[in-house]
Ligand binder design. Structure first.
Ligand code: FAD
Length: 478
């Protein structure tokens, strides 16, 4: 039912509460007078996850809850509905929300804002979906910390030297910002933690960082990449460039250079592919991302907007290119989209999205970081100050900022806490289970083919998951 039939104000439905959806909704609350529209956010989480600090959670430096910005605390007017949007009927202007109890609810909308982000990209490499650990959610970050500490425990108790070596060996794939931060920070924390185990020595700990690229941190300048490389070398992290994983099996990772590494820990940080929801829409995509104009509207789908990691937003500062899948873009696109949604309802003027990258900030743990704010290259302590200052500015909510700052101070002042919390069992943390990639409606048949040409790996990710569909389907008008 549309607003014309409902005689209520038009309804704006925002799907997702990451950087894109959260900032869009926050701005909509500002741009639209209270009676101008009903605002709904439907998201699988009731918070914005500040994902750039996930490596800090995996190391135990920052508490998980401190990087979750609660929607109920921060949104003043919008109604929050927790669940996955699993299907959208664009001509009928409805969306199906699957709630955490497995029931479905149909939501009518007049403006639809699609910001469901992405899921971990696995490239369809054999064994990765079963054996690798992702770092996209809070659950995965908290689990990774527990898992690594458990491996140290196992190593400490092991009598067989080969088993002990495998327990102390950790492989990270992807030398972009998340993989490099994870390898560098985790190496530091595990060598420190090793001192707490009677039979372990810091030199027993081995971290390996693997990437197909020819240098680490390709997002940053060569100089910054070299500086990060120097920190990794100094710490003893083995960096394997021009190399990829060919297969992961129980206890082994086979690399493209012919080497096989015995390990129980494979951390997958190779970026994201758009949410499986995008494929279900049957709309044109570009490299798997939903095609949109510079005004963030979806062509051919009246009243639909999309942006963030899930959308192919043209980069007006570099014609012919798409904007990067970064928080920096997603947050700013959210704000522009709010203006344009408001304009479509008769409030203000629509604008195009245009933003030049402000640079990157990479926290390597301890007092090491590399950053390039506004093109100025900074390393060491100045880099760290810039990196952490940037995160504190970008993290919404004073409560979260204070909590994270205190966590950082405590980390400098006190030894790390070596304790496993055991909140999650192993089978709960496969990437497909955590990211729930198998709950979506199937795309239209011809879309399967087009989609698999677009991004060959995603089809398998969607099909592979084995997450059962709930039997009950409760339909409620929105
Ligand atoms: C470990 C890590 C480190 C990173 N570091 C940086 C960094 O330093 N700098 C930087 O700029 N970027 C960084 N990024 C990238 C950045 O986090 C993403 O580009 C950004 O989060 C994209 O925002 P988004 O809103 O599009 O997606 P997300 O932030 O992923 O948000 C998607 C939202 O949609 C919800 N959702 C998903 N599916 C559905 C559905 N079907 N129905 C309803 N809700 C759904 C999710 O719960 C979430 O709220 C990092 C990412 C990771 C994983």
């Amino acid at each position: 039912m549309t607003s014309h039939e409902r005689t209520t104000p038009p309804r704006v439905l925002v799907v997702g509460s990451g950087f894109a959806g959260f900032h869009c909704m926050r701005r909509l609350e500002k741009h639209l007078p209270p009676d101008a529209a009903e605002l709904l956010v439907a998201s699988s989480a009731d918070y914005l996850l500040y994902s750039p600090l996930l490596p800090n959670v995996a190391t135990g430096v920052v508490e998980p809850r401190h990087i979750a910005v609660g929607l109920h605390n921060t949104l003043r007017r919008a109604k929050v509905l927790v669940g996955h949007v699993v299907a959208v009927d664009i001509p009928g202007r409805t969306a199906t929300l699957r709630r955490p109890d497995g029931t479905d609810r149909e939501l009518a909308w007049d403006r639809l804002v699609l910001a469901p982000g992405g899921v971990t990209r696995t490239f369809n490499i054999p064994g990765v979906a079963e054996h690798a650990l992702g770092l996209k959610t809070l659950a995965e970050a908290a689990y990774l910390r527990d898992h690594v500490l458990r491996e140290l425990d196992n190593a400490d108790a092991a009598d067989d030297p080969a088993h002990r070596r495998a327990c102390c060996t950790f492989v990270v794939v992807g030398a972009g910002y998340s993989g490099t931060e994870t390898a560098a920070q985790m190496q530091l924390i595990t060598t420190r933690a090793a001192a707490e185990y009677p039979r372990l020595r810091p030199q027993d700990i081995r971290w390996v960082l693997v990437d197909l690229a020819d240098r680490v941190l390709p997002e940053l300048s060569q100089r910054m990449g070299d500086e990060a490389m120097e920190v990794l070398r100094r710490r003893g992290v083995e960096v394997r460039l021009g190399t990829t994983v060919e297969e992961a099996t129980e206890g082994k990772v086979r690399l493209s250079d012919g080497d096989t590494i015995e390990t129980h820990t494979l951390v997958w940080c190779t970026g994201v592919t758009p949410s499986p929801l995008i494929k279900t829409l049957g709309l044109p995509t570009e490299r798997g991302r939903l095609r949109v104009g510079a005004d963030l509207k979806v062509p051919g789908a009246d009243g639909v907007f999309a942006f963030g990691d899930a959308a192919a937003v043209p980069d007006l500062t570099q014609p012919g290119k798409l904007t990067g899948q970064t928080a920096q873009h997603a947050q700013r696109q959210g704000k522009v989209a709010a203006r344009n949604v408001a304009a479509s309802l008769g409030y203000g003027k629509a604008v195009d999205y245009r933003h030049r990258d402000l640079g990157f900030a990479v926290d390597l743990g301890g007092f090491d970081a590399v950053a390039s704010p506004f093109g100025v290259s900074l390393g060491g302590l100045p880099g760290l100050v810039a990196t952490r200052g940037y995160h504190l500015l970008a993290l919404p909510g004073n409560g979260n900022r204070i909590r994270v700052s205190l966590d950082w101070l405590l980390d400098w002042a006190m030894p790390p806490q070596v304790a496993q919390l055991g909140f999650l069992r192993d089978e709960q943390v496969t990437m497909a289970a955590v990211e729930q990639t198998g709950i979506y409606a199937s795309p239209p048949a011809d879309e399967w083919e087009a989609a698999s040409r677009d991004l060959p790996t995603t089809r398998a990710v969607v099909a592979d998951t084995g997450v059962p569909r709930p039997p009950a389907r409760e339909r409620q008008p929105g």
